[in-house]
Write a protein that binds this ligand. Structure first.
Ligand code: NCD
Length: 336
């Protein structure tokens, strides 16, 4: 794998491989020394043309824990605000000797342009492009679900038969798109629930069912309820009558949360609009994985950086046995 641009392209085996390596990375996070020497001497550039807290910090932590040199480049205050093009920026990255570029961009497809342009030789990871995809978020969500559903027996497994509903601003959500492709590739059933104005006009090519009725969907006792943020910054017009109306019809409020089965998990990629799409009682409950998602984000991004940049493709064999795999990572790291 040269680049990670969208989950739509991942095969089931590739996805499970990334999730399994993330398990090994998670084990490293529990050690006293959290660092591996795997990417020593490599340079990872975080190129953020859009605001981000979680994703940027998470990629930075992931790259540093693999001992890469990290350069953070945010659009604000850089030459981008003076009109520099993506091509000029790319040429700067190439001159810096970047081995990996993590890019977030408001335009759907920008990471793809960077990957296929020939301007850079680095591996490209899409950290969210417009309303298109956010593959590492999909992977960390899949990882989180797999851990909750399969526990210690998660390694090597997919999400066969797991029932997921994704609720809210699907129209603007790259998180929803990455999850739709990835979770279904892993065997889950995905149902999308949104106001008609916040569902894409044509989802006929998506491997999902859709509806407008949240209470009806919750009555089917899904295993996972994933709430999405209302993305006002991408709305140029009125998509629902009022916030109160939205919460009443599509929010995971107190009564809806209390009616969930005790083992239904509640997810949100963050940042949350507390009180709008999700009530604090739901967000802060033991059924919520919001904090787990953030912690898992570091392990999954370490895995993605490792798979793309360590040259693992040439040397690794995928083993179903955690101890062997972990040992293999350490051996490879030590050899560098
Ligand atoms: C998401 C994003 O930026 O797409 N957040 C994230 O990566 N943690 C979702 C959102 O902004 O609502």
């Amino acid at each position: 794998m040269r680049h990670l641009l969208r989950t739509r392209d991942l095969t089931r085996d590739e996805a499970i491989h990334i999730l399994d390596i993330a398990l090994d990375m998670a084990a490293v996070q529990n050690r006293e020394v959290k660092k591996l020497p795997t990417l020593r001497g490599k340079t990872v550039v975080n190129l953020f043309f859009e605001d981000s807290t979680r994703t940027r910090i998470s990629f930075e932590a992931a790259a540093k824990r693999l001992s890469a040199d990290v350069i953070n480049f945010s659009a604000r205050g850089s030459s981008i605000s003076k009109g520099e093009s993506l091509k000029d920026t790319a040429q700067t990255l190439q001159a810096l000797g970047a081995d990996g570029v993590v890019i977030r961009h408001p335009v759907s497809g920008a990471p793809q342009v960077l990957a296929v342009s020939g301007w850079i030789t680095a591996g490209v990871i899409n950290a969210g492009d417009g309303t298109h995809e956010h593959p590492t978020q999909g992977l960390l969500d899949a990882f989180t679900i797999r851990q909750r559903v399969h526990g210690a027996g998660a390694r090597g497994r997919g999400l066969d038969g797991v029932r997921v509903i994704i609720v809210g601003d699907i129209l603007h959500s790259r998180v929803a798109r990455s999850n739709v492709w990835l979770l279904t590739t892993l065997g889950a059933h995905v149902h999308l629930v949104a106001p008609p104005t916040l569902l894409p006009v044509d989802t006929s090519g998506w491997p999902v069912t859709t509806g407008f009725d949240l209470d009806g969907a919750l009555a089917g006792h899904p295993d996972v309820v994933m709430m999405l943020r209302i993305q006002e910054e991408r709305m140029h017009g009125s998509f629902f009558p009022s916030s109160r109306e939205y919460t009443r019809t599509w929010g995971l409020d107190g009564p809806r949360f209390r009616a969930l089965q005790p083992d239904t998990i509640v997810m949100h990629p963050g940042p949350m609009n507390r009180g709008l799409e999700i009530a604090p009682i739901a967000a802060d409950s033991p059924q919520s994985t919001v904090r787990e998602q953030v912690a898992n984000g570091v392990s999954v991004r370490m895995s993605a950086l490792y798979v793309l940049l360590s040259g693992e493709r040439e040397t690794a064999t995928v083993s179903g046995d955690g101890a062997t795999e972990h040992h293999a990572i350490q051996q490879r790291s030590a050899a560098q």
